[in-house]
Write a protein that binds this ligand. Structure first.
Ligand SMILES: NC(=O)c1ccc[n+]([C@@H]2O[C@H](COP(=O)([O-])OP(=O)(O)OC[C@H]3O[C@@H](n4cnc5c(N)ncnc54)[C@H](OP(=O)(O)O)[C@@H]3O)[C@@H](O)[C@H]2O)c1
Length: 279
């Protein structure tokens, strides 16, 4: 798939639904009303209320805010160590069966028969791409081939994971979703790997992981001159260097600001300056 084709398959901002618990339905509906068209969730009840995301979608469909066809829905398969007791699969079943069961449960939660992106929430080991990861990835490909997701991704991966994955599988993910720390060069190595292979890099915790950047005079100066907030400058920077950013805000004004910063274009030297800030 060419990068232009892939770009057409997702909106340029994703609304993240972690940690919203009983507020999830109302916040998803609000995000859609404000204008978000990409929703990120996971079948991991410990941190996400995926069925609540589905309730928010249903409310928005009923109110005529959006239709399913307008949306990019992304969810994730999470290994048992990342879950609490509320598992979306039989822990005694094989990993391949767990993937199929988790996907079936996600489709039910989200009230759809097809998601747009299905993501491995994280590899089974912090260091290496393992046999278990290969089994899960192959099972995810089967879900895609059966028409239950359009695209596949991986999350919380290092360059080593990605290189080992590339050695074990002919097919690369469409997405990599990582926490993006300015102090680690904004995940430079992984972003470079992605850029070279036409993989879309999704960055999360762009604000919460980078408090020092939001206070930096380069960023506050750019924000003051453009009459926007430092948070908007960080999201504009993310886009300028080719990331697909996530925001998890619960605040309607921040939702509007986050979407509005799509029209804020950073000069290349400003983006280069922010890229070098802490890494
Ligand atoms: N793959 C993974 O393992 C993984 C891990 C973590 C997160 N995620 C995904 O990424 C999503 C986003 O997580 P996150 O860590 O980036 O965000 P987040 O944890 O939701 O935090 C954003 C924080 O920044 C604050 N904020 C201040 N100004 C803001 C502005 N203009 N726009 C947005 N936020 C503003 C928000 O407060 P207000 O609410 O007051 O705006 C909020 O406290 C999650 O919901 C989840 O979908 C994935």
């Amino acid at each position: 798939m060419k990068s232009t084709e892939l770009a057409e398959t997702h909106p340029d901002f994703l609304y993240g639904t972690a940690w919203k618990e009983e507020r999830t339905p109302a916040l998803v509906e609000l995000a859609l009303r404000v204008g978000f068209r990409g929703i990120d969730t996971a079948n991991q009840r410990k941190h996400y209320f995926e069925a609540g995301v589905g309730q928010g979608l249903t409310a928005a469909y009923r109110a005529g805010v959006v239709t399913r066809a307008d949306l990019f829905l992304q969810t994730k398969f999470t290994y048992q160590p990342g879950q609490d007791h509320r598992l979306p699969y039989d822990p005694e079943a094989s990993l391949s069966v767990q993937v199929a069961q988790s996907m079936a449960s996600s489709l039910e939660h989200l009230g759809t028969d097809l998601v747009d992106s299905y993501v491995m929430h994280g590899p089974s080991s912090n260091n290496d791409w393992t046999e278990a990861d290969s089994e899960v990835w192959e099972a995810m490909k089967k879900e895609r081939d059966a028409g239950r997701t359009r695209l596949l991704g991986v999350s919380n991966v290092s360059l080593q994971h990605l290189e080992q994955m590339a050695g074990a599988h002919s097919e690369a993910p469409a997405f990599v979703q990582n926490r993006c720390y300015a102090r680690f060069g904004w995940d430079r190595e992984v972003r470079l790997f992605c850029n070279q292979r036409n993989i879309v890099y999704q960055g999360f915790s762009l604000l919460t992981a980078n408090a020092e950047v939001l206070r930096d005079s380069l960023v506050t100066g750019l924000a003051a001159r453009a009459n926007v907030t430092p948070a908007q400058v960080v999201f504009a920077f993310a886009r300028a260097v080719g990331m697909l950013p996530l925001t998890g805000t619960s605040d309607a004004e921040h939702m509007k600001q986050d979407l509005a910063d799509g029209s804020l274009v950073l000069a290349p030297d400003a983006a280069r300056g922010i890229e070098k800030l802490a890494g």
